[in-house]
Write a protein that binds this ligand. Sequence first.
Ligand code: FAD
Length: 467
Amino acid sequence: MENKCDVLIVGAGTTGIPAAIFASERGANVTLIDSAEKVGGTLHLSSGSLSAAGSSLQNKKGIEDNPKKHLDESTYINHGTGDIEKLKLWQENSADTLDWLLSIGLEYPENQPVSAAGHEPYKIARITTPAGGGKTYIPILESALMEKVNERKCKLRLNTRMKNLINGPDGAIEGVVVVDESGSEQNIYAKSILLACGGYSNSDELWQEYHSRPKRVYTYKHSNGDGIKAALKLGAKVDRKDNLITTFGGTVDIDNVDDYWIHTLTFPAIRKPWEIFVNNDGKRFFNEEELSQDFRERTIMNQPDWSCWLIYDDTINRESPSLFRWDDDKIDRAFKSHPDYCKAETLDELSKKCNIPFDNLSTTINQYNLGRNVNSDAWGRQHMPLPIENKPFYAIKHYAISVVSFGGIVCDNNLKVLDKNNKPFKNLYAGGEMLGMGIWGNAYLGGSSVGGCLTMGRLLGQKFLNW
Ligand SMILES: Cc1cc2nc3c(=O)[nH]c(=O)nc-3n(C[C@H](O)[C@H](O)[C@H](O)COP(=O)(O)OP(=O)(O)OC[C@H]3O[C@@H](n4cnc5c(N)ncnc54)[C@H](O)[C@@H]3O)c2cc1C
C-alpha cells in the first residue's frame, strides 16, 4: 500500500504535535506517525519546565524580561558554548509559544514563573512548570491535534515506526519506509518530511559511540535515535555531542533497573546534607552544601566512572529528615536486594561491598568527624549535625545521569537538515531533540528542552515547512 501527503511528520511528541497542528492550519495535508501507541513522546516523563522571556505571565507579575536578557543569561550559564542562532530561534519565539499554550487551555500554578527548576537558576523568573509536570501538556496538545484530525487535515498513525528515509533520484528525500504493528512495511511519500522523533538517550549503541559510556538515563523508551540513524545513512552529520552535561545524583530504580533517576534528596536547597559523598576512591570531592547545580552537574563528571557513594550511619539514618522519595518498604527492599544500596556492620565490610579502598574510606570519615568536632571542614561545609560513627553503616551509589541526548543532526536556521558539505537536503527538516540539546550549550538551561522543542515545532508548522 502506498500513501501520499504534503507533509509527513515522524514523531507525535513535543515537537511533532505543534508542527502538525500548525502545518494543517496552514493548509497542508499532513500525516503524523509515531512508533508508540499514544501521542505525547517524552512529555509522558518530563518534568515539563519551560522557560520563556517576555511572556504574558511575566507581564502580569511586573517581571521585566526580554529575549536579549534570556540570551545573555544563557550565554553566561553555558559559558558561550551554545549555538547562538538556535538559542535566538527558541528564545525570541518562546513567549509566543507559551501564550499559545495558555490560549488552548494550559494552566500554571499562581506562583509561576520562577527563576529555577532543577538546574542553575536564572536571575529573572522565567520558568513555568505545570502542577502535573510534562504530562499536563498532553491532553491539551492532543485535543488541538484531534481537531485537525477530525477536520481530515491531519492523518494520525500510531504504532507506526519509521525505518528508513527514501532517497529520490535528484537527491531529494521523497518519503519514509514504515513498519506498522503487524510488521508489514509500507512507503509513505511526501513533499516535505519532518524528523521530530526525539533523541538517542535510550540507545546503548549511540551512547557508546558518542560518549564511550554506559547509558545511565531516565528516558522515553522510543528515544532510540531512529531519526539520527536514518539521516546519517543519507549523509547528514551529527554535532554537539561533546556538549554533554549530566544531572547529579541519580540512583538505580530497584523496580526497573534500567531507570536511573533522582530518588534521594541530596540537593541542599531542598534538604541540607547530613551525609557525605565519596568517590569510588573513597575520597570526598566537593562541599555537599554546594548550591550551584551547574557545579554539581560538572563535578561528578570528573570522578572515576561518573559515580560516587553517599555515606552515613545508623544515627543519621534515624535522626535526619527523610532522605528517600521512596516509602519504607521500597527502601528496605533496596538495601536487601541491590548492590548499589549497601548496609554493613563495619566500615571494612562496607568498603568491600562498595569496592572502595578501606584505608581511604576510613581516613575520609575520620577527617570528616574530626573537622566536624572543631567546626572546620576541609571542604568548608557548615551543616554537619552528626558524626559518622555508629553501625550499621550505609552507602548508596549515585550517578551522573541523563534525560536528554546532547548530540544531534545539524540543521540550518530554518531547520532544514544539512549534509556533510553544509548543503540542505531538499524536503528534509528536523526539530526538537533530533538536533541534540547540545545546541543550548554545555550546560543545562532550565526549561530549554520543552520550551525549545515546542517552539521549534510551532515554527516549523507555521512557517518553515514548505510543500
Ligand atoms: C525525566 C525527564 C524530565 C525532563 N524534564 C524537563 C524539563 O523539566 N524541562 C525541559 O525543558 N526538558 C525536560 N526534559 C527533556 C524534554 O522533555 C525533551 O527534550 C523533549 O520533550 C523532547 O521532545 P522531542 O519532540 O524531541 O521528542 P519526544 O517528545 O520524545 O517525541 C518524539 C516522538 O517520536 C516518536 N518516535 C521515535 N522514533 C520513532 C520512529 N522511528 N518512528 C516513528 N516515531 C518515532 C516517539 O515515540 C515520540 O513520541 C525532560 C526529559 C525527561 C526524560
